[in-house]
Design a protein around this ligand. Structure first.
Ligand code: IDC
Length: 325
């Protein structure tokens, strides 16, 4: 009888350990559980405990045009494939769909990413409006709203000007704009990282490196489209990195800069090698099924979530293939 009790005790123990082990396997830590509050240290984004973190993520298309992809199931499927970051792109030009009504879509996006334990970039997507000063008033309102709201959350990053372009210089336009917006964000949110765009569609990180902003906890944006931006832009990154500038590739694709041309895997591989070496994160443009090379979903994919690799375009497959490396 005693033997039987001992044996059943042992069996129960084995059973319970199996259940526990299985549960802990299913409930792998989310990116935010793993890394917590991010900060900038030297040239890198690091975790709460100071470990270098490489953000890997996807950007929405303009949320005015493709709001249907701002949903939990969509973000979850990219997390499953290995992404840890979502970027919510809100075009700042009214001609490109800007409306304060879209604040709600940004809030929804932040909520889903937060529930999934992912990092989330709130992107003020200047493009056709070229000079960030052009909609500075609206930008200040925008970032006041979100910095107040997310000052206590540790998974938010603010990207204050996607891609300054045209007749815009670092010192005359971007720096003064950044100073104002950063000051405003910091009035409320003291901790979350701010991403600052650089001249020439966020390519000139070497120019920013010659005269960085004084504030702390900033990273500078480098955007590349591998089929257009090759060695000369990689050299800009090398120069900036060597002079100690923290950089984040908050937008990239492996096709050309039009978003709808050739893919260049050779150039893309060189970029990935460099980013891995420097431990710099990268966020892919764009989550949509639009019939363009930069779209991560196949044009025939009608789903808005629950994606598997089969739903990804050629570009999407290649990029998702990088995340678990
Ligand atoms: C492109 C979109 C395209 C849209 C166009 C204009 O892919 O569908 O019609 O914008 O709004 C960027 C920009 C990004 C561009 C992308 C490709 O940040 O908004 O998206 N690109 O041109 N910088 C370099 C390339």
């Amino acid at each position: 009888m005693k033997k039987l009790i001992r044996l059943s005790g042992l069996l129960l123990f084995i059973l319970l350990s199996c259940v526990f082990f299985n549960n802990s396997k299913i409930k792998a830590a989310t990116p935010v559980e793993k890394w917590g509050q991010l900060k900038v240290s030297g040239t890198n984004i690091v975790s709460e405990s100071g470990r270098k973190v490489q953000l890997k993520g996807v950007s929405t298309h303009g949320i005015a045009w493709f709001p249907q992809y701002v949903n939990s199931s969509c973000f979850r499927s990219f997390r499953k494939m290995g992404a840890n970051t979502i970027r919510l792109a809100l075009y700042s030009d009214p001609n490109a769909g800007f409306s304060t009504k879209l604040y709600k879509n940004v809030e929804d996006g932040v909520k889903y990413a937060t529930e999934l334990g992912m990092y989330v970039i709130i992107d003020w997507h200047i493009l056709s409006d070229g000079n960030p000063k052009r909609h500075q008033k609206q930008a200040l309102k925008f970032f006041t709203h979100f910095a107040k709201k997310y000052k206590k959350q540790k998974n938010v990053l603010y990207e204050i000007c996607n891609e300054p372009n045209g007749n815009v210089t670092w010192k005359r336009d971007i720096k003064p704009y950044a100073n104002k917006v950063i000051k405003r964000i910091r009035k409320y949110d003291k901790k979350n990282i701010i991403i600052v765009g650089t001249p020439t569609w966020s390519q000139d990180v070497d120019v920013a490196a010659q005269s960085p902003l004084k504030q702390k906890n900033l990273v500078y944006a480098l955007h590349f489209y591998a089929a257009t931006h090759t060695d000369s832009i990689r050299d800009k990154l090398k120069t900036a990195y060597a002079s100690g500038l923290p950089v984040l590739v908050s937008e990239f694709n492996i096709c050309d800069a039009s978003g709808n041309g050739n893919i260049d895997k050779g150039s893309a591989k060189k970029w990935m090698k460099l980013l891995k070496q420097y431990k710099i994160g990268y966020v892919a443009w764009n989550v949509s099924n639009k019939n363009e090379t930069s779209a991560l979903l196949r044009p025939s994919c009608q789903k808005t979530g629950g994606f598997t690799k089969k739903n990804l375009s050629k570009t999407g497959k290649w990029i998702a293939g990088q995340w678990k490396k």
